[in-house]
Ligand binder design. Structure first.
Ligand code: AMP
Length: 277
């Protein structure tokens, strides 16, 4: 696997592959890679001749009191994992390579970013949309893969790509979980042993609420019960646990829809979602 640390090296590799008529699929990440990320690389390899991954901890998507400086970084291990997963190129840029001095553009997707995580992390999705747009323009892939773990992010990026007529297919990928149901996340590394024991309750509460809604309970009462269960299990705070329609993230009162949760275990904020058919 090749490693490009700057735009010039990236462009050189991409141009060569494009001239050879190769199809490229792109997997952007913030590193501290796990099987969830690697599953996206697997999908990229199925979709295209060349899988390109990036590892970039994007400062503009972190709020002033969030975990940018302590976000886990493990460059060498990530490169080894990506190589083993079959990526052909890793783009590993520095912050000034992505945001050169003079950078002034912000991409802001309206409405979809005003609910769920957008309400609790002001500016977060502007940071995401802006960096993903720039990474897509630099990499010029035929497709790009994003996990449903961050379902709202996937919707925001789909909208942005469509609105800006970016010539790329945005592909959603299923959530990879631990055997006990906890969705894999780089932030799981923050959890103490006791918090890690409690963490799967978020998936348990969502799946149980989904079952109740399928059996006729109202989304409101099922979500309220699930919130109470999470607090009883030891979660310290719940940002939201609610049912939304997949297409526009508007509030949902019946299936098909998706249940979304963000909840705190001590200093760690976990998110998850499940679909109700
Ligand atoms: P991140 O490094 O957290 O920015 O995530 C990079 C990509 O991996 C995003 O598209 C995420 O949605 C995806 N991802 C993260 N965790 C998982 C998971 N457990 N299953 C599937 N995709 C995931």
């Amino acid at each position: 696997m090749k490693i490009a640390r700057n735009v010039k090296e990236l462009r050189h590799e991409i141009t060569t592959w494009k001239q050879e008529g190769k199809r490229i699929s792109f997997v952007p990440t913030m590193g501290a890679l796990h099987e969830g990320h690697l599953s996206l690389v697997g999908i990229a390899r199925e979709k295209a001749d060349i899988a390109v991954a990036s590892v970039f901890v994007n400062p503009s998507q972190f709020g002033p009191n969030e975990d940018f400086s302590r976000y886990p970084r493990q460059e060498e291990k990530d490169a080894a994992l990506l190589g083993k997963a079959g990526a052909s190129l890793l783009f590993l840029p520095s912050v000034p390579e992505i945001y050169p001095s003079g950078f002034r553009t912000v991409i802001s997707v309206k409405e979809l970013t005003e609910v769920l995580c957008g309400k609790f992390r002001p500016g977060h999705f502007d940071g995401v949309a802006t960096v993903v747009a720039r990474l897509l323009m630099l990499t010029m892939p035929d497709s790009a893969i994003f996990g449903e773990k961050d379902f709202q992010q996937l919707m925001v990026i789909r909208r942005m790509a469509e609105d800006l007529a970016l010539p790329v297919e945005i592909i959603g990928a299923p959530i990879i979980r631990e055997p006990d149901g906890l969705a894999l996340s780089s932030r799981n590394a923050y959890l103490s042993a006791e918090e890690r024991r409690i963490a799967p309750a978020i998936y348990g509460a969502l799946t149980q609420a989904a079952e109740e809604i399928k059996n006729g309970a109202s989304t409101e009462s099922a979500c309220r019960k699930a919130q109470e269960k999470l607090l009883a299990a030891g979660f310290s705070k719940i940002d939201y646990l609610e049912a939304r329609n997949e297409a526009d993230l508007s509030p949902a009162s019946s299936p098909p829809c998706r249940l979304f949760a963000a909840a705190w275990l001590g200093k760690t904020r976990l998110i998850d979602n499940v679909r109700i058919a």
